[in-house]
Design a protein. Sequence first.
Lengths: 401, 401
Amino acid sequence: MKVAIMGYGVVGSGVAEVIGKNAEVIAKKTGILPELSHILDIRDFPGDPFASFLTKEFADILEDDETGIVVETMGGLEPAFTFVSACLERGKHVVTSNKELVAKKGDVLLALAEKHNVNFLFEASVGGGIPIIRPLIRCLAGNRIQEIAGILNGTTNFILTKMIMEDMDFADALALAQKKGYAEKDPTADVAGIDACRKICILASLAFGTHIYPDGVPTKGITDVTLDDVKAAAAAGYVIKLIASAKQLENGRLALRVSPTLVKKESMLAGVNGVFNACLVRGDAVGDVLLYGQGAGKLATASAVVGDVIDCAAHDSARIRFGWSKAEDGVLEAPGAVPTVLFARLKNADKAAVAAALPGASCLDGENGETLVITAQAPAGALEEALAEFHPVTVLPVAAY
Amino acid sequence: MKVAIMGYGVVGSGVAEVIGKNAEVIAKKTGILPELSHILDIRDFPGDPFASFLTKEFADILEDDETGIVVETMGGLEPAFTFVSACLERGKHVVTSNKELVAKKGDVLLALAEKHNVNFLFEASVGGGIPIIRPLIRCLAGNRIQEIAGILNGTTNFILTKMIMEDMDFADALALAQKKGYAEKDPTADVAGIDACRKICILASLAFGTHIYPDGVPTKGITDVTLDDVKAAAAAGYVIKLIASAKQLENGRLALRVSPTLVKKESMLAGVNGVFNACLVRGDAVGDVLLYGQGAGKLATASAVVGDVIDCAAHDSARIRFGWSKAEDGVLEAPGAVPTVLFARLKNADKAAVAAALPGASCLDGENGETLVITAQAPAGALEEALAEFHPVTVLPVAAY
C-alpha cells in the first residue's frame, strides 16, 4: 500500500526521510514495506531528494487508488480538514500530526473514518515521538483513567528550565529559545498555553470518551511567571512546570486545566528538563505511568507518524477504535468548584489572619518578608476568594504528583 | 469472545478483578465486553467471588469452543509451555505474564501462533503494567533501535534505593523488602539479576528481531554492592542502579548485559526509585524515550494482561506481527570486546601509574585514601585487564545515559 504526504515542511520531510532510510528495518520487523507515492506542497523544492514525488494538485493523491494511506502534516485547520475529510470519504486511511485539527475536529473525523471503515490515527499530535496515545487507548484499556498530567509543550519547558536552573529571566529565556529554533517568532501559541491545551483536550477526549473542546478549558501560560516565583517555589520544595491536566472528580465530572503549577522536586515530572515532554497517566489498576521523550522535532515526530502508517497498513481491514464520542454538555466541572491546593506569595501578611482565613494552610517565611502559603485542598473559587483579601503577588496551583 | 485464566495466583486473580470491575468502562472505550469462562487452578478457593469459574481440568478450557482467549498466569516453564502450545494449536489467542516462558520459548510460541493464525501477546512479561512492548514494536516501528536500558526489577531497585537514600546496608534492605512482600523468601532470581536478564532478552529479541537466550547474557546481580560502593559512586556524581541493557554495536553485533551500573545523578533513570521500573529506548528517529511505572503488583500487571486481552478480541482476524525470528549464531559480541566505560575503586593507587595504564581515565580522591577511576571508553576486556594490576575493590560499568 502506497503512502502520500500532504505538507512537506519539517514533519512531512522527516516522514519521507524516515521511510526512505528505515524501509528495510521496518519490513523486517513488521512485514510492511512503506512506499511513497506523492508529496503535496504548494512550494517548490528544487534539488530535493524526494522531488520526483512532489505535486501541487491534491487530486493527484485523492484520485490515486494505489495510495491507501495519506499523511497530513500541513498543520492548521484548513485546508487540512477539507483534504483529510475527502481522503477518508474515498476510503483512504489518514495519519496526522496536526493537534489543532484533532483537538477541534477529532470526533467528526473519527466518525467519518468509522463510516468509511478506515483508520484515522494521530499519535504524533501529542508528545511528538513519545508513545502516548496508543499506550493510553490500548495498553491501559483495562483501566478506569483517573488523571492525566503532562508537560506537553517543549518550548515552555525549555524556558522554565532555564529560569529554574540558570536564573535566567523569562524574556532572556524566550529569546534564547527563539535563537535555538525552539520558539516561533510569534511565540503566543506556546507561551500562552494554547498548544498544551489542545494536547490535553486530545488526551482527555481519549481517556474519558467525550470530545472536549479547547475553548472550555481554563488556560494560563507562563508569561507571568517570574524568577521570584521560581525561587519562592524552590524554597517550598517545588519546581514550576507548565502542567496540562485532566482529572475525573468524585462526582464524575471532569476538571481540565493548563497552568504553571508547583510540582514536588522529587517527582518524576520535576526531572523533565529542557525541550523534553512527559505525560503522567494514573489508572485505577496500573497506578502511575510516565511516558517521556522528545515532544517535538523533525525525526521524533516523524517516528510517531511512521508508526501510525505501519499500523494502518497492518490493519487495513480492522479499524482501531478510540471510543471518542461527541461533546456532551455538563461534562466539565465549573473551575471554581474543582478541589485544588494553591500556593501563594503574600507581602506583609499577618500569619494569624492567614491561618484564620485558610484553615489547614501551611505558611513558610519567604525572601524579603514574604509569606509563602500552601493551602489545604478546597474548591478553587473559595480558596481564591480567601487569598484575595491578602492581595497575593502570585497564586498558582500545586500538583498532587 | 470468552476469556479463560490459567493460574489463579496474584496476577490471575488481579485479571479476574479488573475484568470484573471495569467491564463497563472497557466496553464503552473499546466496544469489547470481556467475559470470563473458566479459571484453572489445582488449589481450592472456598468463598472466592469467582469460585463458580474454577476448574482443575485443563480440558475444560481447551475443549470449550466459546473460550477464544486464554490468559496464562501460572509462571514457570511447565506445564505453562505445554498448556499454551495446546491452546494456540486449537486456534485460541494466548496472553501471558510469564517472562520465563517468553524469554525461553518466545520464538517457538510466536511461530506456533502464526501457524494457527492467532495472537500470542505478552505485554505483562516486562515492566508489569508499564506499556513497553507495544510502544516498542508499534509506536517505534519506524525506528532502527540503537539501545535499550532498563531498571526492570522492582525488588533490587527497592533495595538499592534504600542503600542510596537511607544508608541501609544490603542485608537490612533485603530483609525489609522481604518483610514488605517485595522480595521472595528465596530472593535469588531477583538479586542475582536472573529476572532482569529474562526481561532484557525479551526486549532485545523484539527490538533486534532475533531470539536471544538468557544463558548467553553476562549477568551480575546486586549481592556484592556495598554501601561504600554507593557512597563512592555518589562522590563521582552517580547512583548505582541494576541496569539491564541491550545495544547494537557499530559492527552490527549486539551487546547485552545485566549489571549494577553507575548512572548520572541528573538522568531520568537515576530518578526511578523504590519498586518502580523504567525502560529507556533509544531510536534513530525518536531519540530517547522513557517508559516508567510499577513493574510488578497484582493490579498493575493485570492491567497489562487485560490490555492484551482486549487487543486479541479487537484483532480476532488480524495477527499482530512481532518480527521475532529464531536465534542466530554470532549475533552477540564477545563481552570482552564491547566498548565500555568502567568505574573502579582503588586502594593506595599510584595515580601516575593509573594514568599510564589507562589513557584518558579520570581520577578522583575518594574516602579513606581511595582513588576513584572513571576510564575512557575502550573494550571491556582490555580495561579490566589494565585495572586488575591495581587490585580494585570494585569495578562497575558506567552508563552513557
